[in-house]
Design a protein around this ligand. Sequence first.
Ligand code: ATP
Ligand code: MG
Length: 604
Amino acid sequence: DEAASHQLTSVLNPQQEAAVTAISRTINVAAGPGTGKTKTLVAHAFHLLEERGVKPTEMTAVTFTNQAAREMRERLESQLGGKRFVSRMRIGTFHSICHDILKKSGLEFTLADELEMKDTAEEIIADRELNLPVRQFLRQVSARKCGLEKETESVPAEAYEAYQRKLKEQGILDFDDLLLETLHLFEEEGKNKTLRQGFSYLLVDEFQDISPVQYQLIQEWNKGGRELFVIGDPDQAIYSFRGSDARCFEKLREDYPQITTICLEQNYRSTPQILEAASGVISQNDGPERRLIPQRQAGTPVRLVTASGEMSEDIFVAKEINRLIGGIDMLDAQGHLETGDDLRARSFSDIAVLYRTNRQAELLETCLKKEGIPYVVAGREDFLMEPAVRGTLCFFKALLNPEDRTARRLSLKLLWKLPEDEMSGSIFDAAALKYRKKIKKEKPQKLLEAWVSDMNLQEEEGVAKLASMSVFYKNMAEFLDNLTFGQESDIKRCGGKTYTSDSVTLMTLHGSKGLEFPVVLMCGVRKGLIPLESGKQDIDEAEERRLFYVGMTRAKDELLLITSQEPSPFLKAIPEEVITRENAGKQRDPGMGKQMSLFDFMQP
Ligand code: ATP
Ligand code: MG
């Protein structure tokens, strides 16, 4: 029924139907995971276009990721037969929408490179002899721009303003400025009709994770509009460090007292066991009673797997994936084919491996590679900050946009170790000459291959990783845009040399928001990681629990929680009836050389 569930209007339950057809100034769908919120939002957009004669140019849909925006557009196009100019409907993330608005308004700016921000911050800190690490400075500046005033105590107002002035002088906006500037534009030119176009119908997904500035933008955009349609789940708010607030729904109801609220309670995604396990966890948080009524039939219990350490956790994961895929390891010790529901063969793309921190991916990758498992790693990784990688990105950025002097200057500095002057300018121009013609025509992967050999970057691992990201894009502009605006799950890198769409997905819990997979393996479900103890800050237990809850509720059929050392305290809240415990070491012996290689790998 995969196809059926993708039909936008058929098979909706009565509450979903009510949300889709609701006519009200403000509509709010607050509901748990897997209840069809996103499906309902897309169906509502379809309903507006198809049944109520709303023009695509009157609508804006804010999604949390670029991928979600793309999917929404594709679904609407295929349902409407492409005939209704869906391309004219504004669909995107807050950042991409604000970027477009500002560009259209005629404001000239370049988007700050992270290094540029760091350089500027360092200067400010040094000049004032502030006792503050750069990271913390930037984090606080960002918090302040997101509308979190109280976070900025240790950055003096004067330093903050100096930082802003410095960026402004160079015509640079940073990521947070995109939203702030857009907000100012609307506040200043409130009556400008062209500016206000497209906001008559405003739809927002994942409302629980909006920052105060994003909330203000919604209010500003909605002024004079006809409808505001927001959906989300307070129990899935996981971005409080960016200023999101799990109580934003309460604020919404205060600000819009006439609001129509619709609750969805049927969960179509997960088996009853998975739901009961997840509900056990989230019920430890305060809040009104939550109802999630499973629509799926009983499946297998949630598997709680204990390993002896991180390495054996990851080895287990690799072995388990091969087992799930089926084939040889479905044979038991006597060589008989095992049968049973839990041995339904899977494809790699059915499986996601989730973890709390990006750095857990490294060892996992090694283990998956050893087993020959194709995988894709999603997320913004540290290698993107390596000089050769940034320099490369800046070079192509400057090539696509000759106005972008910052990118040009940075590429000269980072790749050729030269300042921007006439001499080095000609070096840039010589390199640019070779690529100018190709950049629009050739795939980014091809361009980067040529680039690596031209610039002798064969030894640069980061650049190789960059190339393995580029395989997902048709052209360089699209690739760079996605790197700039992409959320965690938008930014992907394939593990092998060649990309195959049948790959396991590796991502952080944060990155998994809104997604679903038949099988989810969560690694490192142990004390210190879940909840994460970072040493510097106090643990926000409620938020960490929500994050764990988000991860668990991504699973449709099977959920495996893998732990070692001291298990996560959150596991205690899972009812015993829905779990089975096993030991990673006491796996059924695969008896095949292929699997044994992992044990070889364990030897020093
Ligand atoms: P999350 O909170 O995780 O973002 P969500 O509430 O947005 O979840 P969706 O992703 O929209 O949920 O839907 C979850 C799954 O349930 C999807 O596979 C969707 O196709 C399916 N689904 C939703 N509603 C129905 C329905 N009425 N009939 C059948 N399947 C449905
Ligand atoms: Mg959703």
